[in-house]
Ligand binder design. Structure first.
Ligand SMILES: Nc1ncnc2c1ncn2[C@@H]1O[C@H](COP(=O)(O)OP(=O)(O)OP(=O)(O)O)[C@@H](O)[C@H]1O
Ligand SMILES: [Mg+2]
Length: 256
């Protein structure tokens, strides 16, 4: 490993007791994600993707095993401490955007910064920079229902960016979008990655998943395939007519 591990799962399980039945939503998962990696997590519905993301994002904790986020042993922290870690370190992006309906785009982006008690001037600078980055500064006064789905997701990405998180966690960020709009959203993730950010993107769409540097497959709570080889090569240049994400990478399937 040349770069430090941002995320380390060591035999992590999440267990639900449903009457007689014990369900392993995550079943002894071990994986590592390095600082600056762009990883996709792909698996069918119910395979444990959101459970994995919730634990990565400190929204939930492991029942067994250990999770280290930037070296911090997450299950040893209190709820309050976890909330602070989330605010500081994680930028969440969800399928349904999760914007607040009666706030404008810029107010949505600013809100987490208010929770973080940043001074007003710094908040304004960050909000403007983030909205410019997603090319929506001119729509800053629009409320979510005055924006398209793709625009709403770009506001949500700006909101995540404004906190300067260590890692972006996206759960089906293109799940509600058409393929053209999905491509624009994926373009933003590529830009974030190229700027050095760590990204974990959950999807059940192979076309989306294969744009990441590395794919982690999950099925029945088990990670089937987590590349340990070094799959990093340059993304191929140029497009492919049959590929709606033309020009974006179709890296080799890893760890076969
Ligand atoms: N609170 C809960 N109580 C009991 N079982 C749960 C709970 N949350 C999740 N599960 C179960 O854990 C498994 C994994 O769920 P999870 O939401 O992680 O799947 P997913 O891969 O994100 O699916 P989807 O693609 O449909 O979003 C499922 O079988 C689900 O029914
Ligand atoms: Mg899910």
């Amino acid at each position: 490993m040349t770069q430090e591990a941002m995320i380390v799962f060591d035999n992590v399980s999440k267990i639900y007791q449903m009457g007689e039945e014990t369900l392993y939503a995550l079943d002894h998962v071990s994986l590592q994600i390095r600082t600056g990696e762009f990883v996709s997590v792909i698996g069918p519905s119910g395979s444990g993707k959101s459970t994995l993301m919730n634990i990565m994002g400190c929204l939930d904790t492991a029942d067994e095993g250990q999770y280290l986020l930037g070296g911090l042993p997450i299950e040893q922290y209190s709820e309050d401490e976890l909330a602070k870690i989330r605010n500081r370190k994680i930028g969440f992006i969800f399928q349904s955007f999760n914007l607040i309906g009666d706030l404008s785009a810029e107010e949505n982006v600013e809100l987490p910064l208010i929770y973080q008690r940043l001074p007003v001037r710094e908040r304004r600078e960050r909000v403007q920079a983030a909205l410019e980055k997603v090319d929506l500064y001119n729509r800053r006064s629009h409320r979510p229902n005055q924006l398209s789905g793709g625009q709403q997701q770009r506001v949500a990405i700006a909101r995540a960016m404004a906190s300067h998180p260590d890692i972006f966690l996206a759960d089906e960020p293109t799940g509600n979008l058409d393929s053209h709009t999905s491509m624009q959203i994926m373009e933003l993730f590529h830009e974030l990655h190229e700027a050095g950010h760590t990204i974990v993107l959950i999807t059940h769409d192979e076309n989306v998943a294969r744009q990441a540097q590395r794919r982690i497959r999950i099925r029945d709570g088990k990670v089937e395939e987590a590349a340990t080889s070094d799959p990093y090569g340059d993304r191929p240049a140029g497009g492919n007519a049959s590929d709606p994400y033309g020009g974006r990478p179709a890296d080799e399937e890893v760890a076969r």
